[in-house]
Write a protein that binds this ligand. Structure first.
Ligand code: API
Length: 277
């Protein structure tokens, strides 16, 4: 029976960047196949495979590839820095080049080798209330919420709180509440950051549509931008997240993020799994 199904098996790759974990499906040469239902089914850590985000690779005309991102609740994410670095790693290895271009909802991003690690230019941060987006005009440097977070868009919305001691923060409780605050019409990702030095930040994250994750690349970029905007750090910082360390560098051409990537395993979904979706 399984052999009859073999031709309809769907291969995927499980990768992670600092424990921010992804299922990657390569749809080059065919139509996109991921739907909200399929994303939810694969994203279920008990009945499916489980992931923080699903990334679907697609053909692109103006870049080497295009990438679509899905959260485990079936919603779309406009940006996903760590998955961009992971797929960047695949494309750098596949092409043998030092740089590849990746089209995402927020534009064409560039991924480069950085020794054993991968750097991605996540583009310019969005600071206008309607770009992020927020529901009405407010000071994006000090949002009118308890704790006065900074609002930053990196192709997806982020609210960054500065806290004296990260160990005292109820990330799930506060994250869940802020994610759905009416100030954010498309909900928001929520970061909590403790400044350790002008070049070092400790950050924990609650991701929109996913919950607590060990790392969030776009969230790390948003946090570095927010800290610099508030005058707390320089333009280059090292950031410790639950899954390890990233380097963020806010340059003239955008926010560069550098860190490790890892392939966990290659798997296949069989037709019976897909038919249950
Ligand atoms: N983990 C991702 C971000 C996912 C953001 C997603 N939760 C959203 O709805 O915007 C990253 O490395 O940037």
């Amino acid at each position: 029976m399984r052999q009859d199904l073999a031709s309809t098996d769907l291969p995927f790759l499980k990768m992670h960047g600092l424990g921010n974990d992804f299922v990657i499906i390569d749809s080059r040469g065919r139509d996109a196949l991921v739907s909200p239902e399929l994303a939810r089914a694969i994203g279920d850590r008990h009945r499916g495979v489980g992931f923080d985000q699903l990334a679907e690779i697609r053909d692109a005309e103006e870049a080497d590839i295009a990438l679509d991102f899905w959260n485990s609740d079936g919603s779309r994410a406009g940006a996903c820095g760590n998955a961009t670095r992971c797929v960047g790693r695949l494309m750098l290895d596949e092409s043998g080049r030092d740089s590849v271009s990746i089209r995402t909802e927020r534009g064409v991003l560039s991924a480069r080798r950085a020794g054993e690690e991968v750097s991605v230019n996540m583009g310019h941060p969005q600071r206008m209330w309607d770009e992020i987006p927020l529901s009405h005009p407010v000071d994006t440097d000090f949002l009118p919420l308890e704790g006065e977070p900074v609002a930053v868009g990196m192709g997806n919305p982020h609210a960054v709180f500065f806290v004296p001691d990260i160990r005292d923060v109820d990330v799930a409780g506060r994250g869940r509440r802020v994610e759905c605050d009416p100030l954010f019409p498309e909900r928001t990702n929520v970061e909590f950051a403790e400044i350790r030095a002008r070049d070092e930040i400790r950050m924990r994250v609650w991701e929109r549509g996913t919950g607590i994750t060990l790392a969030c690349g776009s969230g790390a970029c948003a946090t570095a931008v927010a800290a610099h905007v508030r005058g707390l750090t320089d333009r280059t910082v090292r950031m410790e997240v639950d899954g390890g360390w990233l380097t963020l560098d806010w340059r003239e051409d955008g926010v560069w993020m550098t860190g490790p990537t890892q392939t966990v395993f290659a798997g296949r979904f069989d037709l019976s799994f897909l038919e249950r979706v």
